[in-house]
Design a protein around this ligand. Sequence first.
Ligand code: HEC
Length: 238
Amino acid sequence: MRSVRGLALAFASAVLVLSAAPLIAQQKPPSKPAPQAAALTAQPKLGLGRPALPEEIRAWDIDVRPDGQGLPPGKGTVKQGDEIFQMQCASCHGEFGQGNGRWPVLAGGQGSLKGDRPEKTLGSFWPDLSTAFDYIRRAMPYGAAQSLSADETYALTAYLLYLNDIVKDEEFELSDRNFTSVKLPNAGAFYDDDRETTEKAFWGKEACMKNCRPEAKITGRAAVLDVTPDSKSAPKVD
Ligand code: HEC
C-alpha cells in the first residue's frame, strides 16, 4: 500500500469523482491586513510575559528528525530495553508489544495493511525510526511522560526493533551513532506529496474529462450547487 505523507489522498480523489471541479480554489492574497490583525498590532503592549530562557527552550526543543537531527547522545541494548519495557510499558502494551486489552499494539502486523484490520506498527507501517524514538521520549510511559533518560529511550527503541523482527540479536545496541543506519521495512511505501505535478491536469479551469473510469458519473458540480460561498453571499464573521 502506498501512503502519502500527511495527506488524505483518498478523500481528495473522492471529491474529484463527485464534482470534477478544481480542488483548490485560488485565494487572492488580502491587499491589506484584516481589521482584527490591524487592531491587535495597534494595541499598546500589555506588559505580560518575558523572553523564554535558554533552558526553557531546550526543554521544549526535543524533536528528533528522520535524518537523526535532534538525537541526544546515548545508547541502549535490546536486553536493557526488555527489562525497562517489562517494568514500565508491558502493563499496557503487553510483554511482547501485543497490546493488553485495547491498549495499542506495538509489534507485528506485517502484511496486514491491505486487510480489513490493518495493524500499524513500527514493523508494518511506520517509515522512520525517529518517530518511535521521539514519541517514546516525548509521551511515554503514558502518565509519566518525559521521565525516561536518553539511554532508556534508546534501549526501549532497540527492544521495539527486536519485537518487530527488524533486529534479531538481543545484544544489539542502538545509539545516536548507528541510529540512522536502521531502516524500517515499510519506508519505501511512503513518498512525498507529488500531486502538484501528478495531478496538475485536474487543477485547471477546464475539468479534464478524458480517460474517465467508465463507472464514474458526474452528478453535479460544486460551482452549480453553490456550495462554495463567494464574498457576496458568505455570512459575515466577526
Ligand atoms: C498506562 C498505559 C501505558 C503505558 C504504561 C505505556 N503506554 Fe505507550 N501508549 C499508551 C497509549 C494509550 C498510547 C496511544 C496514545 C495515543 O494514541 O494518543 C500509547 C502509544 C504508544 C506508542 C505509539 C503507538 C502507535 O502505533 O501509535 C509507542 C511506541 C508507545 N506507546 C511506547 C511505550 C513505551 C516504550 C512505554 C514504556 C516506557 C509505554 N508506551 C508505556 C499507553 C501506555
